[in-house]
Ligand binder design. Structure first.
Ligand code: HEM
Length: 141
């Protein structure tokens, strides 16, 4: 059972790998044609929704894994805080994604949304990197 849960946990982590490269994908947005921008933002919006399912999977399987081992309270606090930060950031990103898509379709400037998306995706990328570090180095704190 432990291995099944760990496997599902790794599958969820792979789904979140999308956030690791997102800043680079969004970084090229300004260089694309309007059609390219619409396609990219629309794909990112869909992938963001799927990654949120991955996040729920991480919480459920991670909760099981925690019950099977001995983890320090500071480790658990750091993990929960990072998990909440990732959930919040991905949720917040939904709005600028929707507004950017509307803007592109109506041929309006989307510089404000692009800036927000760049900041949010950078924070998400770092948070996923840091939580993955603490997952592997689970006895470091
Ligand atoms: C949200 C992003 C998350 C990612 C990317 C992630 C990733 C990983 C990875 C790659 C491993 C394998 C590490 C190893 O076996 O050496 C792992 C293990 C584990 N994860 Fe997560 N995880 C996440 C969230 C969570 C959450 C929210 C919890 C708890 C509620 C959790 C609890 C655990 C536990 C207990 C292990 C086993 C650690 C060990 O004993 O080595 N994870 N995670």
């Amino acid at each position: 059972m432990y291995q099944v849960m760990l496997f599902l946990h790794i599958i969820g982590a792979l789904a979140l790998g999308f956030y690791l490269i997102l800043p680079f994908v969004l970084g090229t947005l300004g260089k694309l044609s309007l059609a390219g921008q619409e396609g990219t933002v629309s794909a990112v919006k869909t992938l963001n929704r799927f990654a949120q399912f991955g996040l729920i999977l991480q919480l459920l399987t991670g909760g099981y894994l925690i019950g099977q081992g001995n983890y320090s309270v500071p480790w658990m606090i750091v993990i929960v805080l990072l998990f909440l930060a990732i959930g919040a950031l991905s949720g917040i990103m939904g709005k600028p994604l929707r507004l950017a898509l509307e803007g592109i379709r109506q041929n309006k400037p989307i510089a404000a949304e692009e800036g927000k998306l760049r900041t949010l995706s950078a924070l998400l990328s770092v948070s996923v990197l840091v939580i993955s570090f603490f997952m592997v180095f689970s006895t470091i704190i």
